[in-house]
Write a protein that binds this ligand. Structure first.
Ligand code: GLP
Length: 261
């Protein structure tokens, strides 16, 4: 794992967008794993701006999102399909046919999980998975106690996640209590992982995921099992990391980071 700390959330988002764009430029036929949440909005704004400036081309990119609420149709403004269209897909030169999310309206939940897994496999697997982290440590919607071997499936959300995310719903009680999510095992199959964590409120959970013990109580800690992870944080989210000096040392001296400093 490599940990990169940027001065603020805007710089951390720009760095994340550059990592994604550079990976796509190195392999134009690219399978990109995507995440939602407020943290990702400036990343998508930057990728759209880079696309407008012809710095990255999405014409041969396929995307697979981590998760989707169960019971929300694509046109619902709280669905993750709507979020992705609004923040990214409508603003870049991607073919919408190549954008994938679990179908929140699928009648057969088990079949939908299997369909999504098969679609990723058929595409050749995820080249880079973008991840955020929930306040309870979840990646995707893998709530505490999700198995590190889990695959795409329906997952009940915790009351804490419900309280946190229902602020976007009007009225809040219309938020679904369950979601489809890639499993932890699905996420770990990606060839590379880039996790973005910003904001002082996430400092505690960031330290647990990055430096804490491996535990399904914090599914974000599973990234420690993956051989190619970069975590990008702002100063606020990095505040409780104990190995800070080492992370900055690596970023300042390793040749691979020369063009990002
Ligand atoms: C949701 C998503 C996660 C995301 C999390 C954090 O729960 N399922 O993938 O990481 O929100 O969101 P935010 O960036 O708004 O803190």
């Amino acid at each position: 794992m490599e940990v990169i700390i940027q001065p603020d959330a805007a710089a951390a988002a720009k760095m994340t967008a550059r990592l994604i764009a550079d990976a796509i430029n190195a392999k134009p036929q690219f399978n990109l794993g995507l995440a939602t949440g407020a943290t990702m909005e400036p990343v998508y704004a930057e990728l759209a701006a880079m696309n407008r400036r012809n710095e990255v081309d999405f014409s041969r990119v396929s995307t697979f999102n981590l998760d989707e609420y169960i019971g929300l149709p694509p046109e619902d403004k709280n669905s993750y399909r709507y979020y992705m269209n609004y923040h990214l897909f409508d603003k870049i030169n991607i073919d919408k046919k190549n954008t994938n999310l679990p179908d929140g309206m699928a009648a057969d939940e088990v079949a939908e999980g299997a369909r999504y897994e098969a679609a990723m496999k058929k595409a050749g697997g995820i080249d880079l998975q973008l991840l955020g982290i929930g306040s309870d440590g979840h990646i995707g919607f893998n709530e505490p106690l999700s198995s590190f071997a889990s695959r795409t499936r329906a997952k009940p959300l915790t009351p804490a996640t419900y309280r946190q995310n229902s602020v976007y719903f009007d009225p809040p009680e219309t938020m679904p209590m369950r979601a489809f999510t890639m499993g932890v095992g699905t996420i770990l199959d990606a060839k590379r992982i880039v996790m973005l964590i910003t904001g002082a409120k996430k400092a505690g959970i960031a330290a647990q995921a990055i430096e804490g013990p491996l535990t399904s109580m914090v599914t974000g800690s599973a990234i420690q099992l993956h051989p190619a992870v970069v975590v990008v944080l702002d100063e606020g989210a990095a505040a409780q990391l104990t190995m800070r000096e080492y992370y900055d040392w690596v970023f300042a001296h390793e040749p691979k980071w020369k063009n990002y400093r």
